[in-house]
Design a protein around this ligand. Sequence first.
Ligand code: ARG
Length: 464
Amino acid sequence: MSKNLWGGRFKKAIDQDFFNFQKSIHYDHKLVEYDLYHSIIHVSALREAKILNASEAKRLTSALNDIAREVMTNTFKPNPNAEDIHTDIHNRVTKKLGDLAQKLHTLRSRNDQVVFDEKWYCYKEGIYILGELNILLTALNHLGTRYKHIYLPGYTHTQRAQVVSFFNYTGAFFAMFERDFERIDMFVKRSSIYIGSGALAGSAIPKAAYSEAIKKFLAKIKYESKHGRSETVKNSLDNVASRDFVIEFLSILSMLQMHLSRMAEDFILYSTREFSFFDLPEEYCTGSSLLPHKKNPDFLELVRGNTGRIYGNLMSVLTTMKGLPLTYNRDMQLDKEPLFSSTETIKEELKISAGLINGLILNEDKIHKALEDEDLYATELVEFLVLKGVAFKNAHTLVGRLIRFTQDNDLKIKEMSDSDLKKFHKQLTAKDVKRIMNPEYAVASKKSIPTLKKATSKKPRKLK
Ligand code: ARG
């Protein structure tokens, strides 16, 4: 067993099963980099406050930097027997410096460290996800542009409704992911770094010492200050007691996941033999151990399936936090696995989704065939009559009757003669019907949405 950061008041050793039950090193080692930041800033604040002399501060900082170097070169191996990452780092410094390490934790609490670490994690991962989202937005933009000559049946209630341009279709997902981008961007920009709450009540180290230490550290690592503010603690109780930033991040990720899942569902549906609009790239499908012909959309299904876990992660932290008395409680240790799980899953999904979108092939023949369905143009016929002065309700009813008539008699409206059409309305001619009932007309007649030219000039937003 490794040495703990506590123990003086205990007569008995901790029960081994309980020790294993309560430790968090197996997941909170992911915070190692940020926990080292906290320690380096803390040492600097202790120096500012003259609690450490210059040589002590220098030796402690250098030991912490050595560990940071291991992290950066991927040679850091967490000690599985340590209680948590804070303890592990402390023990390593002790190994390097002996007694001096006992000054590292002066007037500091893990409660302050853990919230600092997690804030920094959300900030860093948020920025990473923005980059991945930008790649996905670019892929969607390319796909829409590659097939901008294509029209597609649009659906409501999973029933054919009206024709839309394919660019408008991909643009719908673009719009959703762009909003996700903006939400994360806002979240990251609002993130700030607090330090100095102690266990809950603050510490004897002056505010100015913390501020100075944070300022120096941020300058040293060239921290992009426009993405976050550094502050000393606003309210020390709130700082150690609150995890709304975790919940907010998980909630933004849940919405992003919902969009990924809806896109996955559309792609699954459109790649079925029944639809056959899309041909999924093989690299993102798997086969069946029994059915030799199968090409299954497993990636998309797993994206859809992951939604349960990602919503669950949000609900898990919300529920853990509900009813906790102020301030820190050990329950809060359990926010990390949900946070890491959602973050890591979303990162993978975004990356692979962009690859799949880049390789997506449209089955143009099948789509053309589907566009022959005259139902898709019923609304355009109504609109045509409305523009000729027919009241909308009347036009709606008579086109409904016309559709019904053709269905009952196994006819095509486009093949009906002028005289037959006139039985439904005197303004309906075979020439007009042919002109109206085609995808180009249907899409071009929509004046309330951006034109294709305007829409195609839309570029994914840049990371500012
Ligand atoms: N492992 C703990 C967590 O993740 C760190 C804080 C422990 N604080 C304490 N007073 N036991 O929340």
